[in-house]
Design a protein around this ligand. Structure first.
Ligand SMILES: [Zn+2]
Length: 233
């Protein structure tokens, strides 16, 4: 014999299962890396690459400056070395030297600019790296806590499912089918407790005869309005 009390108890378990499943889904949805962290990782990696490129350009420019200095020195040595006496040739050498010195000055300015840019980029990068490290640490702790919550909810769910199987096993097939069907149609609540003559599911005032029947009958009595199985507990 199925008593409505057994169905009500089954419903309590089912509602607890629904709630545990919902919390589990919520926890599972938060397990992936948060967006702000992902974009911070990308930003830091982009800045690192940018700095590497810049330092590479800087080294290239340093070589170019060295090369210009070497050339200028060679022209200067020739100009003042005393081996060249021809005035036209000396004039050309002087012009070469002037041109090289102008190029050198421009290149040195550009190099200095690049070095300053690199230092600025490096300072920002270190700042963002420190922030990233803090966020990674925070997320690691949060992730561990979420995993622990997930594990505990899974354990809770297993206990509830075991209980449900035992409860459902004691209820006859037709009552169980009616219960399942109503649960599907009535937002998970197939059994409504009667409170002061009202159906706890839809709040309608129930006829006295129906209440009488629900109180005394072994058969399941349903609300005339929402069809839920009435439980006078
Ligand atoms: Zn009702």
């Amino acid at each position: 014999m199925t008593t409505v009390a057994e169905l009500f108890a089954l419903q309590e378990t089912d509602l607890a299962i629904d709630s545990a499943r919902q919390r589990l889904e919520e926890v599972a949805s938060r397990l992936h890396d948060p967006e702000d962290l992902v974009s911070l990782r990308e930003e830091v990696s982009h800045r690192r690459k940018e700095l590497l490129d810049l330092r590479h350009r800087q080294r290239e420019m340093e070589w170019e400056v060295e090369e210009l200095r070497r050339k200028a020195k060679a022209v200067e040595d020739k100009l003042y070395g005393g081996t060249v006496r021809n005035p036209k040739e000396l004039q050309d050498l002087q012009a070469d030297l002037d041109s090289l010195k102008r190029q050198l000055a421009r290149k040195e300015d550009a190099l200095l600019e690049l070095m300053l840019q690199g230092d600025e980029l490096e300072a920002t990068l270190h700042e963002r790296e420190a922030l990233l490290a803090r966020r990674e640490e925070e997320w690691q702790a949060e992730h561990a806590s979420l995993l622990a919550q997930k594990e505990s909810l899974e354990g809770e769910l297993a206990v509830l499912q075991e209980r449900r199987a035992q409860q459902a096993g004691r209820i006859n097939g037709s009552a169980l089918r009616l219960y399942q069907e109503l649960r599907g149609r009535r937002q998970g609540k197939a059994v409504a407790r009667v409170e002061r003559g009202l159906c706890g599911g839809c709040r309608i005032s129930l006829p006295t005869s129906l209440l009488q029947q629900a109180r005394s009958s072994d058969a399941l009595v349903q609300c005339t309005s929402c069809e839920r199985i009435l439980y006078v507990g």
